[in-house]
Design a protein around this ligand. Structure first.
Ligand SMILES: C[S@@+](CC[C@H](N)C(=O)[O-])C[C@H]1O[C@@H](n2cnc3c(N)ncnc32)[C@H](O)[C@@H]1O
Length: 272
């Protein structure tokens, strides 16, 4: 494995599993309650190296995973939790070579995962209505990747206004009213493709699914949520942790179809 380089991000963890994301600078120092660790002690070493502060505190240096970075990075808007990001990629079938339109960019957490999934042969076009959020996302993406990749386009504005001029294999929406772009997204996905949206509340799910059915161009519309329960494993004490994240949001996934009116008609009648 490559040695840590100056300018690289490192995840420093202590014996209480506290984690700190630090950018390595020659001559820099990491201060703890129990002494100082010189960045130079980390630079040139491998991930997983165990080091000690001037006060004797044990620190392990790791390379941050994308999930670590997203948890620790500055947030302009609420980020999609890693437990939800995985299913977005898998159920959205987002892989190498895909062209993805995302909105809103928010803090850029999901954008990073999309970039990783599509790889250098794919493309991500991420639309964000707020300038401050777009700027924050850009900073986060640069910090994690070292640069803005050439296959990422950060677009300013309302995704509804931009979709008309876009073509995509996948549309991924993490914004308050995804239903308002159901028709425009169908145009962008024409020729085959998938819709993935994420909303935190039940009324938003209702609006989204009804709009997808009314659009008449989405089939296999599915909504689900992901519950992640971590476990405490210590000797004979093996049980679920007392605390968990009880709720984040609901994912809705749908496939583009030339004409899905018949398939959706009975459901729409039942919706009233
Ligand atoms: C919850 S955040 C997205 C977080 C992002 N998925 C992440 O992981 O960092 C929602 C974002 O959508 C943006 N937004 C809301 N409506 C929008 C629209 N119509 N077009 C583009 N962006 C929009 C908001 O400004 C906000 O930054």
């Amino acid at each position: 494995m490559n040695a840590f380089l100056p300018g690289e991000l490192v995840l420093l963890t202590d014996t209480r599993d506290r984690m700190y994301l630090v950018e390595l600078a020659p001559g820099g120092q990491f201060h703890t309650h129990n002494g100082v660790l010189a960045h130079d002690a980390v630079i040139g070493r491998h991930a997983g190296v165990v080091l000690y502060t001037s006060g004797g505190a044990r620190i392990t240096a790791f390379r941050p995973r994308l999930a670590d970075f997203v948890r620790k990075m500055p947030r302009a808007a609420t980020v999609l939790y890693p437990k939800d990001v995985g299913p977005v990629l898998v159920y959205g079938d987002i892989g190498p070579g895909c062209t993805v339109v995302e909105a809103g960019t928010g803090s850029g957490g999901l954008t990073l995962a999309l970039l990783r999934a599509v790889g250098p042969t794919g493309r991500v076009c991420s639309v964000e209505i707020r300038d401050d959020h777009r700027a924050a996302a850009e900073r986060n993406i640069r910090r994690f990747l070292g640069e803005l990749p050439a296959n990422l386009e950060l677009v300013a504005g309302d995704v509804g206004a931009h979709l008309a001029s876009l073509r995509a294999d996948r549309i991924v929406l993490d914004l308050p009213e995804p239903w308002s772009v159901a028709d425009a997204a169908a145009e962008a996905l024409a020729g085959g493709g998938l819709w993935v949206s994420y909303v935190p509340t039940v009324p938003q799910v209702g609006e989204t699914v009804t709009a997808l059915r009314r659009a008449g161009r989405y089939a296999d519309i599915e909504t689900f949520e992901i519950l992640l329960r971590t476990w405490h494993v210590d000797g004979r004490s093996i049980r679920p942790d007392h605390r968990m994240i009880g709720h984040t949001g609901f994912l809705t996934v749908a496939r583009f179809a030339d004409d899905a009116r018949l398939a959706n008609a009975s459901r729409l009648a039942a919706d009233g």
